[in-house]
Design a protein around this ligand. Structure first.
Ligand SMILES: O=P(O)(O)OC[C@@]1(O)O[C@H](CO)[C@@H](O)[C@@H]1O
Ligand SMILES: [Mn+2]
Length: 453
């Protein structure tokens, strides 16, 4: 059975019912803005739908916009959350989750947009956007967020070139590197992947948000903004995953990366993954993405393949060489991409073992799981009003399929694992520290934690 949100000792979920909170402003302003942009995108593509599908395309465009306008109205007038109607594999779990909320909140009327957990209604909005698209063939495989994701990649070209060039430099000398040099490169590429998370399009409500400068050069300046840095434990977990195969020879472990955003952030993740394999720190990388467009900029299978094709086809030697290598890793099965419906559901991750046991079992096979981004952090910690000094392990509430690490820039007001006084100091310096995207954490937890202390 999934976790009961009323359990004593567990703080309440963040919610728009707290007027003036970040959740409140998100539901009141940011979500309707995102919905309006989606409607506008579909409308702008009317001619394209006509060219592809004739009158049927126009009709589908009209119907989709009708459903999305209705959704925006439900949100803005704080209507109860409605069950999903379109039958997909995930419809039943979504409707069961609604039922669970009704039980917790008392009656269906109170499970409304402004009165329910923020995490739940925000995820629900993306699922309803997709329902509106799925219900309207022939445009039912249209990705309403595609334009922003591809634009974010093209606008980050210089930064992509910079990190691919850096990667090539490391790869060339990889055999000669000392352990300390390897550690230094590892930490740099971990940080590049961490700061890559600044480039999401949901926090900016779809407004352009790309990387313009060289990410390697900015690392030193960004160092003071890392509030928790467990990178040494991540490194130790990789070393202790090395298993002896014969005297003097070891084989590295498996790393899973739970991806967040497409565009520049995805490139930083691929570069890190390439480094882990080519340095012998990992033998296999499993990427986990979303099975439909999610939170504006999250990676789907299409985005994943598209970006590798684009990097391969680039007009820059080291960039295209990286792309060719990544394609090879995929072909050889050294890298693989998975999606699972659980990633596009509203559950806290402490529910995963009960509600998606197959996914939990998959993650248990990893030696290290990297969780990218803010939404994953919210789900790791249940998006609850935790005291900032509560331990990351406590906030995980039993979730721990394998040693894991969150690489996250702060864009929502949940943060655990800080030192006493640290949050107060930040609040006095920078009242928006939890939501402005300027700060970051590298937070590690291992179910076998004694090993890393
Ligand atoms: O998970 P990501 O891409 O780092 O961030 C997603 C995000 O921008 O969307 C939500 C705000 O509406 C928050 O979870 C977070 O701020
Ligand atoms: Mn995202």
């Amino acid at each position: 059975m999934a976790s009961d949100p009323t359990v004593t000792g567990v703080p309440p979920s963040l919610s728009a019912k707290v007027v003036g909170s970040f959740a409140y402003f998100t539901v009141k302003d940011r979500l309707p803005t995102i919905l309006t942009k989606v409607i506008d995108t579909i409308h702008r593509n009317k001619n394209k739908f006509f060219e592809e599908y004739g009158e049927e395309g126009i009709e589908a465009e009209k119907q989709t916009i009708g459903l999305l306008s209705k959704l925006r109205n439900e949100l803005q007038t704080d209507k109860p959350v409605l069950p999903l109607t379109y039958g997909r594999q995930d419809t039943e779990p979504w409707n069961q989750y609604l039922q669970r909320q009704v039980e917790v909140q008392g009656d269906p009327e109170s499970v409304s947009w402004f009165k329910s957990p923020w995490l739940y209604v925000e995820c629900y909005m993306y699922r309803r956007i997709q329902e509106a698209v799925w219900l309207n063939p022939p445009i039912n495989d249209y990705d309403v967020f595609n334009e922003g994701k591809t634009q974010s990649f093209f606008e980050s070209q210089q930064a992509v070139i910079a990190i691919c060039t850096y990667l090539e430099g490391v790869r060339k000398h990889i055999e000669e590197l000392s352990k300390n040099e390897l550690l230094e490169h590892f930490r740099k590429l971990l940080l590049v992947s961490l700061w890559g998370n600044k480039c999401d399009l949901s926090i900016s409500a779809g407004k352009e948000n790309s990387q313009k400068t060289s990410p390697i050069d900015s690392l030193n300046d960004l160092e003071p903004f890392i509030l928790v840095d467990d990178s040494n434990m991540v490194w130790s977990s990789l070393l202790s995953a090395q298993k002896p195969v014969q005297p003097g020879k070891t084989t590295p472990g498996r790393v899973d990366i739970v991806l967040d955003n497409a565009g520049f952030e995805l490139v930083t993740d691929l570069v890190l993954a390439d480094f882990l394999v080519s340095s012998g720190l990992a033998c296999e990388i499993h990427f986990h993405g979303k099975s439909f467009p999610w939170f504006v900029s999250d990676v789907t299978a299409n985005d994943f393949q598209w970006i590798i094709r684009k990097v391969m086809a680039a007009n820059h030697m080291w960039m295209s060489k990286s792309g060719v290598q990544w394609q090879r890793y995929l072909k050889e099965g050294v890298w693989c991409y998975h999606d699972h419906p659980f990633w596009t559901q509203p559950h806290e991750f402490c529910d995963m073992a009960a509600d998606a046991p197959d996914l939990y079992a998959t993650l248990q096979q990893a030696d290290l799981v990297l969780f990218k981004g803010d939404l994953n952090y919210r789900k790791l910690t249940g998006d609850r009003d935790w005291d900032h000094t509560v331990g990351f392990d406590t906030a995980l509430r039993g979730f721990g399929p394998a040693p894991l690490c969150s690489l996250r820039t702060l864009k929502a007001n949940v943060q655990v694992g800080l030192q006493p006084g640290q949050a107060d100091k930040l609040t006095s310096q920078d009242p928006d520290w939890m939501t402005c995207g300027k700060y970051a954490v590298i937070q590690f937890y291992s179910p076998k934690s004694e090993q890393y202390n």
